[in-house]
Design a protein. Structure first.
Length: 468
């Protein structure tokens, strides 16, 4: 079986690498002048347009000692390697009236595929190779233009339909959909939009805010032959104030209605902010890249459920005048055993999937876990970014984490795992991106007791994305 998979892998890599120089040459020939979407077939007055959109994603995954060497017992299959792909076709447009108001809309469909093996979550274990075609985005909206000129251009933006609601760096809001199972492409996802949403965005000067309502589009049982959502609905408000480009303060308040008793009636209070204090106060130039940021979320639960709390604090510094412009970040994140990560997602490597093994696959992801993260980010070339991560994971409350195969016995240690990730991102062109990901996780006592394995878990992913 291995030799059958090596050929398509080499073919995919070769095709992407051979295509990249050709596309790169085309970009260089334009002398970095931004070009319109080559799939735009109508360009009207006042920036009105109609255009098609195309996205192609392909990823190859390889695992060694998945689930710390106990993959067959944990998910019922031996995990070795598998492929995922997405083909996204869409249509979008915008029409601006003479009075400056704008109507816009977008619709796209995604063909998602998992093939060549069982994914590490075992979501296709009973299905084998899986393909699924369904809509992701389908929304329309209106922007106010100069209708409220005293409050600024496009003070009001109202949209509704299947769309994605994202806030900040995705600590609470970054994905309202799900992949895997009969939907295929568990890691790549491809369907993050809500089943339905209404978003009212407002922006005036330093103030911005949203009123939102959405219905989550997720499954709660991978093994059923139909999509079984938890029917979670969220509604609330978000507000942010920009003191300057280097200081922001914001927050969210929302409530949930759900068939899941752990979520039904929950009210969430969130506060977040970031500041570059020396840039804000005009301090020494060498200290101006220093940035602090943090976020705190409190979940007030109903149905006699215990309340949950999650928060993080981070400090970063970018050496802008040093070759490769290294950026160093330290972050501490804490999520208690009652915290529900809700609609979190990935907006950057390490945020908020904390680690390409523990953060992506482990059932402790952002619940009952405390994390120290150190990240080094460098740019050897303008088009190449390298990320090096170290994560140290500890269990927030070991008494709330069961040992493998036991319904009553808890783990006896809070030391969970250490993980190192090395990631290369190459923006070959404005349309083509290639990524190579390597990850290594070493279990400590808590992970070994929880999953029944004590082997070091290694993972590799080769990913390519072509987008117009």
């Amino acid at each position: 079986m291995n030799h059958l998979l090596k050929s398509p892998l080499m073919a995919a890599v070769s095709a992407l690498l051979l295509t990249a120089p050709l596309l790169t040459s085309a970009v260089q020939a334009t002398e970095e002048v931004e070009q319109p979407n080559p799939l735009r077939f109508y360009q009207g007055d006042n920036d009105s347009f109609l255009q098609a959109s195309v996205g192609l994603d392909l990823a190859y995954f390889s695992m060694d000692n998945a689930w710390y060497g106990n993959d067959r017992a944990v998910i019922g299959s031996d995990i070795d390697h598998w492929w995922e792909s997405l083909v996204r076709l869409g249509l979008e447009g915008s029409y601006t009236l003479p009075n400056s108001q704008t109507f816009y809309a977008k619709v796209d469909a995604v063909q998602a595929n998992t093939f060549g093996g069982i994914d590490v979550g075992g979501t296709n274990d009973v299905y084998g190779d899986v393909s699924s075609l369904r809509f992701d985005k389908a929304y329309a909206g209106w922007r106010s233009g100069q209708l409220f000129s005293s409050l600024g251009e496009d003070f009001l933006d109202i949209s509704l339909g299947r769309q994605l609601y994202t806030v900040g760096n995705g600590f609470l809001f970054a994905s309202q959909g799900q992949g895997g199972g009969k939907r295929a492409a568990w890691y790549l996802g491809g369907r993050r939009s809500a089943d339905f949403s209404t978003i009212i965005r407002m922006h005036s000067g330093p103030w911005s805010g949203d009123l939102f309502y959405f219905e989550e589009d997720r499954m709660n049982d991978f093994e059923k032959g139909y999509f079984c959502d938890q029917n979670t609905k969220a509604g609330g408000a978000t507000m942010e104030y920009a003191f300057s480009e280097s200081a922001h303060l914001g927050g969210s308040l929302f409530a949930l209605d759900s068939d899941d008793l752990n979520r039904d009636g929950m009210q969430v209070y969130d506060l977040r902010g970031d500041i570059k204090p020396f840039a804000r106060l005009g301090g020494a130039e060498i200290m101006q890249p220093l940035q602090f940021e943090g976020e705190y979320a409190h979940e007030d639960k109903d149905n006699d459920q215990d309340n949950g709390n999650g928060w993080y604090a981070a400090v970063s510094y970018r050496f802008a005048e040093v070759p490769w412009q290294p950026e160093l970040t330290y972050r501490y994140a804490s999520f208690d055993q009652h915290y529900d990560p809700l609609f979190y997602g990935g907006t950057d490597w390490g945020t908020w999937y904390q680690g390409e093994i523990v953060g992506e696959y482990d059932d402790l992801a952002n619940s009952n876990i405390d994390t120290h993260m150190i990240r080094l980010k460098i740019h050897p070339l303008e088009s190449l970014t390298i990320h090096l991560f170290y994560f140290n994971f500890t269990v927030h409350k070991p008494e709330a984490l069961l040992q493998f195969g036991s319904a009553t016995e808890s783990v006896t240690s809070d030391d969970y795992a250490d993980e190192w990730d090395l990631i290369f991102d190459w923006a070959a062109t404005d349309h083509l991106t290639l990524s190579l990901v390597g990850a290594y996780a070493k279990p400590d006592d808590a992970a070994a007791q929880h999953y029944g394995g004590n082997d070091d878990w290694t993972a590799m992913m080769l990913y390519g994305c072509l987008k117009f």
